[in-house]
Design a protein around this ligand. Structure first.
Ligand SMILES: *Cc1c(COP(=O)(O)O)cnc(C)c1O
Length: 392
């Protein structure tokens, strides 16, 4: 039997993949931690032969380590690390022909909505925003016959779940490609390619880097050839990520599983304590047995994650509640080591009219929490004290 004959060796777990990425692969000096290659350009040993790395926009050894890691974590055939999450989301749009049809969730990430709506406005694409949690949306999508189906689950900030396997089955039937934004759960808790998605996108700014000090994105494809085609576009448009950012993101990702599991455990404790609390109305957390899509969550996700939202009781003033918090920090991001709080109607979605916010289910009293790595008791005490301070 030759050395490269197929074996029954099981695929390593995510924790092993994260700890081992790039270790012992430095061909220069045998560095254990993968080196940071900042050089913008590379030596042509033989002018007739293009070297593996020739120019930093197209590829860098540091970025390659992160790309290999992310492809393996998502079970993909290739990955591209981009400068931002939005750069990664824009990449699959570049290869679509003019007039292509796109379906996207009506409550997708605000930046994605803005990008798709602006393309539609310029007449480049036809875009339909649908509530993908409904049967009606599946029927509407079949009639529309899109080229690309954009998915995002859980949704932000209401934590609604979209059934990935039903949408990918429809996509296969009508010849559409599917792209899932997996930022909220990370590959530790959900692997969309396993449910038949063609592409996965991440804002690595969030859980994957997890240290609130880098903006970045990644696109992972099932098909290696699609990854090559998208790599061509990434080089052509120049949206690739910088080596320094990849180095930082790789360093942050080493503890991805530890951080996600710890934050999730804390989120579960907080959710349990908030259920039935007089200050909290309608808690949206995928870990609750009362979540309307509990069965789907159990099937599709490996865990509920560490994001939740709820409405403040009418007796509590949202601004006074925010001002009363000492551990949670008001900011518009998620997935970092620190716990963040956001009141979308005041902070991130203030530009929408109250009517448009109400239609999207974003009430003026809705609070979104991103649970970090602080001790659960300190976080709970902080919330309880701020509820009291917020009482009018
Ligand atoms: C933050 C975010 C993005 C955009 O990523 P950037 O890194 O900020 O460009 C896209 N999707 C989701 C779900 C996000 O949370």
């Amino acid at each position: 039997m030759s050395d490269d004959a197929p074996t029954d060796k099981p695929a390593p777990h995510a924790e092993t993949v994260l700890a081992q990425a790039g270790v012992g692969e430095d061909c220069g000096h045998g560095a254990i931690a993968p080196p940071l290659y900042l050089s913008s350009t590379y030596l042509w040993d033989d002018p007739d032969k293009k070297p593996a790395y020739d120019y930093g926009r197209s590829r860098t050894p540091t970025r390659s380590v992160l790309e290999t890691l992310l492809a393996e974590l998502e079970g993909g055939g290739g990955a591209l690390v981009c400068a931002t999450g939005m750069a990664a989301i824009g990449l699959p749009l570049d290869r679509l022909p003019a007039g292509a049809k796109i379906v996207a969730p009506h409550d997708c990430y605000g930046g994605t909505y803005r990008l798709l709506a602006a393309h539609a406005d310029k007449g480049r694409f036809e875009v339909r925003f649908l509530d993908q949690t409904t049967e009606e949306a599946l029927r509407a999508a079949r009639d529309f016959a899109p080229d690309l189906i954009y998915l995002e689950t859980p949704s932000n900030p209401l934590m609604r779940i979209t059934d990935l396997s039903r949408w990918t089955a429809l996509a296969k039937e009508i010849g559409a490609l599917t792209l899932a934004d997996n930022t909220f759960l990370s590959p530790i808790l959900q692997r969309p390619l396993e449910w038949g998605c063609d592409m996965v996108v991440h804002s690595t700014t969030k859980y994957i880097n997890g240290h609130t000090d880098i903006i970045g994105g990644a696109l992972i494809t099932k098909d290696p050839e699609l990854a090559s085609e998208l790599a061509w576009w990434a080089n052509a448009t120049g949206v690739t990520g910088a080596s320094f950012d990849s180095y930082m993101t790789l360093r942050g990702a080493r503890t991805l599983s530890l951080r996600v599991h710890r934050a999730q455990a804390t989120a579960g404790q907080i959710a349990d304590a908030l259920v039935g609390h007089p200050a909290v109305v309608g808690l949206n957390y995928p870990g609750l047995g009362s979540h309307p899509q509990h069965a789907l969550i159990r099937r599709q996700q490996k865990g509920p994650g560490a994001m939740m939202s709820f409405d403040l009781a009418p007796s509590i003033d949202p601004r006074a509640f925010l001002a009363g918090l000492e551990v949670f920090t008001p900011a518009a991001s998620l997935g970092g080591f620190e716990s963040l709080v956001c009141i979308p109607a005041i902070m991130t979605h203030a530009g929408m009219t109250p009517a448009a916010r109400a239609a999207a289910g974003l009430g003026d009293r809705l609070v979104r929490l991103s649970i970090g790595l602080e001790h659960p008791e300190d976080l709970l005490n902080d919330l309880t004290a701020a509820f009291a301070r917020g009482e009018a």
